[in-house]
Structure formats: C-alpha cells, structure tokens
Design a protein around this ligand. Structure first.
Ligand code: CDP
Length: 570
C-alpha cells in the first residue's frame, strides 16, 4: 500500500481494532479486508449466488489504492459488533421536556457509535414564554443547546473522537438575536457548529431594506418585527468575529427535498453538507481525484474511464452500506431505508488541479471543478438506476420528485464532505478545499525538525532543480509561495494556497460544485485577518446569488485556538 506516515499513524491510533490493553490486533490491510468483506457480503441479500469474494477484492483494491474511502464510521465499525456505519444524522427536537431529553439520549447513542448529529431548535418556544403545566417560564432554544452541548462533552464518539453537532435556528424565531451571539465567547457551546436558517422572505427583506416578521413557533402568530438588514449585519459581524454562525438557505434545502410528502427539511448534519429529514441518516464516501489521473505524452489528464468505474463501484459500496448498517434506533433504520440516501463526494481536488497545471483561483479551475462533479453525479445517478433494476427503487420513489423518471435506488447520490480524516489517510488535499499550506515543519520528539512537503510541489520543484530544504523552510515560514523570489511565476500561479485565493473564488468554486451535487457542499471561505465585515457581507450575498445552499467563513486568527495556522509549526 502507498500510504504515507500520517495516514498510517491515524489508522494505527484511532481505527485499528485494539485489545483490552490498547494494543492493535489488526493491521492496516486487515482493516480494509474487514471493511471490504462486510460491505461486499450485502450482495447475497439480493442474489444468493453473488460472488462476494470477487466483489470484496474489488472493494479492497479500491480502498488500498486510496481511490475511494467510505466515511470514518464505516472504516471503524464495519464487520464489528457495533456495526454503525453512518457519519450523518438529523434528530427532531419537539417542544416538550420528554421529547427534548429523549433526543439528548438518542444523540448520545449516535455519538457513541461515531456519528454526528444535526438539530433544528426552531420548534422550541422562546425564552420567557409560559410553560402551561407549571406556570413557569420557558428557557428557550439557546439554553437547551447548552444541555445538548454538555451531554456531548461527556460522550466520546466511539471512544475515538468528540461528538459533533449542528444547531440551527430559523431567522424568524423570536430568540434569533440570542442565538446569533450564543458562541460569542469562544469557550461556549464548543461541541456545536451553528447556522442561522435563512428564508427567501428574509433575503428579500434584506434586499429591500425592510422589517420582517418574528413568528411564535407554537401559535404561528407574528410576535414582533426586526430590521432584516440589522439582523443580517449582526450575523455577518458575529461570523467576522469568530466564524460563527454560518448560514443555510432553508428554502433551497426544501426546493431540493426529493420526498416532500415526508415533511420539511429543517437541518443538516454537523458540517452542513447533508440536509436530512428528522430521524434520517446518511453514509458518505469520497473519491480521491488525485488517483483518477493518467500521465500521457502531453502531460497529466483526467482518466474518465477510471473515474466512471470508480463511481460505479462506490455507488454499489454505499448502497450496500445501507443494508449492513446497524442503526442506533429502529426509527432511524426505517426512515433511512425509505429514501436510501447516500453521499458520494470527492477529495484531492486541489491536488488534482495542481497536477493538471491549473490554478484553483482561475475560471479554468472552476470549470474543471464543475465538469468533474457533473460527470460524477450524472454517472452516480445512472449506476443507482442500474441497481434499482435488480434491487428495486427506494421505497418512497413513487412519492418522490423523480416519480416520472427511471426508478432510482437512492433518493440522493452525491454530497461533498469535508474529509477531515479521510484526506489524511489518503494523503491528499481535503474535499474541494484549496491546499492550506504546501509545507509544514513538524517538531518530532527529540527536537529535530521534520519537513513535510506536498508531494506534487516536491516533484515539480525537483524536476526543475529548485528543491532545497532551505527553500522549504522559507515556504513553511511564509505560509505561501506567493512572495518567494526564487520560485518561478508559473509555479506560483498553480501552487496557490487558501489565503492566496480571494474569498470570491472560494465561493465560485463552492457554487460550481453545488450546481452538480444532490446534497450540499462542505466548504469554508477563508479570509485574511485584516478582512472587514463588509468583505464578509459581500461573500454572504455572493453565495446567495450563486445559489449555494449555505456559507461558512473563517477569518484567520479570529479564534485563540484554530485547527490550522499559517506559517507556524504544526
Ligand atoms: O473524514 P471523515 O470521514 O472522518 O469525516 P468528515 O468528512 O470530515 O466529516 C463528515 C461528517 O462526519 C461530518 O459532517 C459529521 O457529520 C461527521 N463527523 C462527526 O460526527 N464527528 C467528527 N469529529 C467529524 C465528523
């Protein structure tokens, strides 16, 4: 296997099966064989004579060649007693003590199994309103978010990662101003990402500069009005301050709700890429685009035949996951199997562009993104239709927006996940994000330095006789290649990192992928530290105009501890 050291380390520390003393009792190859066998086994449910061994070999090769990886819970739990394989869940929060705490419990069970949960708090009555049974005063959505946050703090996901949540509040909820500021203090509600659920009516009011209505979630009566522009500015200011809240466009999630008869989509999973109905879950998987290239006499190009074969196998894999998955609750089993949503996405996109000699921040780069994702979604749909011929369409197909088309096995096929861990395992850039930094200097235990260089940059510089440790240290220190005189312009143009790219291009790329993705796109728009609230506002408006489903921004240095730092030691 061609796995680099970081990938190996992540698997060894967190994914391989351990004995009671914490010693690994599985090898990396053993992990991939365990997963391949467990997932391929589902074929016998549809065909008793299916050649499971041959399929397992294909899945094994797919993963060990780092061409495709399923989301972390599948790698951790497939073929093991727990058997919970999905990364994404949405749970309902109804407005009663019983139901709120039932959901706290269910979320804990999901976190324990390695999944992340999203919730809409919009149905909860506002702080200060009366509680009928006791005559007391309601605490409101934000205070219940703190309860969920504490519960999450106490439960580690499968003992390997901290639970992740998404909290959403509709912009017309009376407590919206409290919600916007609830993460003002960086130490608060740390196990949640939060997003304001924006409506089209609200956006129109922003554009017209007029007030909009606040609605009581119970009575549906208008209980107040706020200036849309002022609320929008507050959201922007808070996001500028420390990256939260993000926004999601609720009406767009519901425009693409494939089975509207099942109710409204009110929330997404923790990182925002997967809108789901209450009690619905979804398993994800990502194709490593770096492995979809071929070298020809004229240089590197995308190998569409290979990509096509990979999409076919990946769709087969993800549909099988739904069968062998052990769901945390019977109702999640039932709801998930009624639509059979899966989310195939990509990673290594920025690395692929570099190989092709294209800049992320160019119209050509954006076009390639759009073309690749168009191809993947079109082929994914075709393969899902193929599966439907032998396995049947998803049960709610006749009620879905596709009812007049060829039957589909899966109500949605594509999603762009962040691939936080998968991209480390595969040794490529994450999701559709640009490369954050091409060179890192790592301090290893005995205080010696280890220089980590993006393999494509290394190869490019070596070919031109430009590679040296000294130059790498310089790049690591600067964080970018942009201002280093020794590096030729053509290389600088291609090896752009997150902060060399204007927020506008970040959003353009997100929009290009969104146009051809069934679900949503996980993307963070990076700003430099000196960006203004006006810059952030423009990006929010641009994302709205370009039909994105949401936006998340992050301004460098706006939190004391951030995951990635420019020009510093990891
Ligand atoms: O790379 P990996 O499969 O580990 O995950 P990802 O692509 O970074 O995240 C995909 C989804 O996994 C997120 O949107 C969450 O739903 C879930 N997740 C989680 O529950 N807890 C985490 N610590 C990270 C991700």
């Amino acid at each position: 296997m061609q796995m680099n050291k970081n990938g190996q380390t992540v698997l060894e520390r967190r994914y391989l099966i351990k004995d009671e003393h914490g010693q690994n009792i599985e090898t990396v190859e053993g992990l991939f064989r365990r997963v391949a066998d467990a997932i391929a086994g589902a074929d016998t449910l549809f065909d008793k004579k299916a050649d499971v061994r041959a399929l397992s070999d294909q899945f094994y090769d797919l993963m060990t060649n780092l061409e495709f990886l399923p989301n972390s819970p599948t790698l951790m739990n497939a073929g093991r007693p727990l058997g919970q394989l999905s990364a994404c869940f949405v749970l309902p929060i109804e407005d009663s003590m019983e139901e709120i705490f039932e959901t706290v419990k269910n979320a804990a069970l999901i976190h324990k199994s390695g999944g992340g949960t999203g919730f809409s708090f919009s149905r909860l009555r506002s702080a200060g309103s009366t509680v009928k049974t006791t005559g007391g005063v309601a605490s409101g959505p934000v205070s219940f978010m703190r309860v969920f946050n504490m519960a999450t703090e106490a439960v580690k996901q499968g003992g390997t990662r901290r639970g992740a949540n998404m909290g959403i509040l509709r912009v017309d909820h009376p407590d919206i101003l409290d919600f916007i500021d609830c993460k003002k203090n960086n130490a608060d509600i740390t196990n949640f990402n939060i997003s304001v659920g924006i409506t089209e009516d609200f956006m129109k009011a922003v554009e017209l500069g007029i007030d909009y209505d606040l609605v009581d979630p119970h009575t549906k009566e208008v209980v107040g009005q706020l200036s849309a522009k002022e609320v929008f500015d507050k959201i922007v200011e808070a996001a500028w301050r420390n990256g939260e809240p993000g926004i999601i466009f609720l009406d767009r999630l519901n425009r693409d709700n494939v089975v509207p008869s099942q109710g409204e989509i009110e929330s997404t999973n923790p990182c925002g890429e997967q809108p789901l109905l209450p009690f619905e879950s979804c398993n994800l998987g990502s194709i490593n685009l770096c492995q979809m290239l071929k070298e020809t006499d004229g240089g590197w190009e995308l190998d569409y035949d290979k990509l096509d074969r990979t999409v076919g196998l990946a769709i087969h894999f993800l549909d099988n996951v739904i069968e062998v998955n052990k769901y945390p609750l019977p109702i999640i089993d039932e709801v998930t199997k009624s639509t059979r949503k899966i989310g195939l996405g990509v990673m290594g996109f920025a690395d692929m562009l570099a190989r092709l000699g294209l800049s992320y921040n160019s119209d050509e780069g954006v076009e390639v993104g759009e073309k690749v994702m168009d191809f993947i979604t079109t082929r994914a749909k075709a393969y899902s239709q193929e599966l439907a011929k032998t396995r049947g369409a998803f049960p709610l197909f006749a009620e879905s927006i596709f009812k007049d088309e060829a039957p589909l096995r899966n109500a949605t096929c594509t999603t762009i996940a962040p691939t936080g861990t998968l991209s480390i395992i595969a040794g490529c850039s994450s999701g559709v994000e640009p490369v954050f930094a091409y060179v890192f200097i790592r301090n290893v235990m005995d205080n010696t330095e280890m220089i980590e260089v993006n393999p494509i940059l290394r190869e490019t510089l070596e070919k031109r006789g430009l590679y040296s440790d000294e130059l790498m240290r310089k790049i690591a220190k600067e964080g970018t290649l942009a201002h280093i005189d020794e590096i030729p312009e053509d290389i600088k143009k291609v090896f752009v990192c997150s902060h060399d790219i204007s927020p506008t291009y970040h959003v353009k790329m997100q929009a290009a992928f969104q146009r051809h993705t069934d679900n949503a796109v996980s993307k963070t728009v990076n700003f430099t530290h000196d960006a203004t609230t006006l810059d952030v506002r423009e990006v929010y408006m641009l994302a709205y105009r370009l039909d994105c489903k949401g936006v998340t921004i992050y301004r460098d240095g706006s939190r004391d501890s951030q995951v990635l730092n420019i020009g510093s030691v990891k």
